[in-house]
Design a protein around this ligand. Sequence first.
Ligand SMILES: Cc1cc2nc3c(=O)[nH]c(=O)nc-3n(C[C@H](O)[C@H](O)[C@H](O)COP(=O)(O)OP(=O)(O)OC[C@H]3O[C@@H](n4cnc5c(N)ncnc54)[C@H](O)[C@@H]3O)c2cc1C
Length: 551
Amino acid sequence: MSTGLDKDTLILVLDTIRDFGADTMPDEYLIELDTNDEFPEHLVRRMLSELGVSLLFIEEEYGGMSAGTFDIYRVCELLARIDVGVATGVFATFLGSDPIVFGGTEEQKARWMGQIGEEGLLMAYGATEPEAGSDLASLRTTATRIEEDGQIVGYLLNGNKQWISNGGYADLYTILANAPGGPTWFVVDRDAEGFEKGKREDKHGIRASNTAALSLQDVRVGVDRIVGEEEGLGLVQAQAVFGYTRLMVAAFGLGAGWAALDRAIPYSTERIQGGAPLSEKQGYTHKLIVPHAVRLEAARAYMEETAMRIDDGEELLNTEGAIAKYMATVAGNAAAEDAIQALGGYGYTKEYMVEKIKRDVRITTIYEGTSEIMEMTIGRDRWQEHLKSRGAFYHDLGADLEKLALAQPNVGATAAALAHHAFAEMMEIARVQRLTRNQHVLFRLGELAATVECAGALARRAAAAERGELPDKADTRFDAEQLAAVSRVFAREAAAKAAYDGLRWVMGASAPGAVDAAALENAMALREIEQAQSGLIADMDAVADALYGRG
Ligand SMILES: Cc1cc2nc3c(=O)[nH]c(=O)nc-3n(C[C@H](O)[C@H](O)[C@H](O)COP(=O)(O)OP(=O)(O)OC[C@H]3O[C@@H](n4cnc5c(N)ncnc54)[C@H](O)[C@@H]3O)c2cc1C
């Protein structure tokens, strides 16, 4: 990996945050914050300044530590394991400063990033409005030029922002507003005249994070407050960081999902029902625990690949960020939901924490782009790839996985390859039949693309582990053999999903008789996909053994 912290520093950072979490945020305190709907401002500020978390995302030349995307993913996962609400307070500062980091002039970066680092400032990111959520382009906040002697000397900001994390507490805000030249980010101080913060929102979850509306009435800012000192760059600057920021929210889904499973797993070893611990009951583990661990790890594999690509200098990995966010947050939500089930009646009470984790992780499929917007982004982008490559995009990825399967037959690459080829066939029929006229089909393509690509990433990760070549900063919960079993389980799931869901949506969207279902099944290699399911239960047993430290 070309950038970021060295392994020892990353471990030190993670240990420091973990210890801080254990010392200052025991379960009882987190439950209290949740019940009282209280933002632990002092703890978030201590994390940012005393623990130096702010320094991670500030470049060395401005006094920071220049952590890489991979480092930030590991930190975000850990923060979410502690509490997604507290993590959101930290994340909002990352997010708030992102327009400056990616779009600011050198002078602006030196000024504000220096200040954020030195003073541990709390930031907020003000993009969303009452009527501009998923569709940011419809924002209504305005920035009117103030001109003197034909010179622009400043701007008056007017409008309302909605659902802003840290909204009631931040020291510094980045606010997106429509200037004459188009959407533009402005840096606004908390005590600027005419800038009001609404009362905290009473939320379903992440109640330890502050969310507030903002009102701007003739808030005057100087021209030096335009990020990048040029109007109209706002949406481009917002887009520029999606690959990176969505990976952070993906890490929240991953961390919270694992936090929930890591409560259910020990619980089930102690809880005796039907004469034995629940952990020994396959009907329990293979429904409530194993599939979630597998899906979370599939998302992790994709996140680690994407993080490495960003750290290696690839830009605008928005689709990859979307895939990571979509898969990890859906998996995190499902894991937390089933963790409640896994604890039975206890899971339904506050004391056991899983119901809080479930309410908290729920936000991750909404903020930083909803799951449906992710499906749209992924579906549209991969559709273009399919057309540009004349149908070769997923077949090529499948062929690479077949090569991998030849060299390393145990890592799930065979079924992952089948998943890619089946999906390529579905895309092609969708093209011939012009099925993406249906928005639902396009979104389902997005879902399937994300699933098959994660199967590929997980097979590659398991293969790297088998060769002893995982990146040194990678998570190592599973050893190589265990990871191979995890990968085989997910690859089978992805292949079955690509084939069965693919068939269903193609047939569902086509005119009667337009598609020969039997021919499509053949092209998708349905029979091979079914045969590839053989061994699934044994592999799930192996994953369960890994999770419970058995055998
Ligand atoms: C707790 C919390 C914290 C937040 N923090 C911040 C923050 O710090 N800064 C910030 O700027 N924003 C923040 N947000 C806002 C968040 O990013 C938005 O809520 C989110 O982007 C969705 O926008 P919306 O709420 O307007 O929903 P809408 O865009 O109205 O979406 C409603 C539903 O419609 C679906 N939908 C939307 N468009 C389409 C379409 N074209 N096709 C099909 N379906 C569609 C969505 O997926 C969703 O299911 C926060 C939100 C919450 C709840």
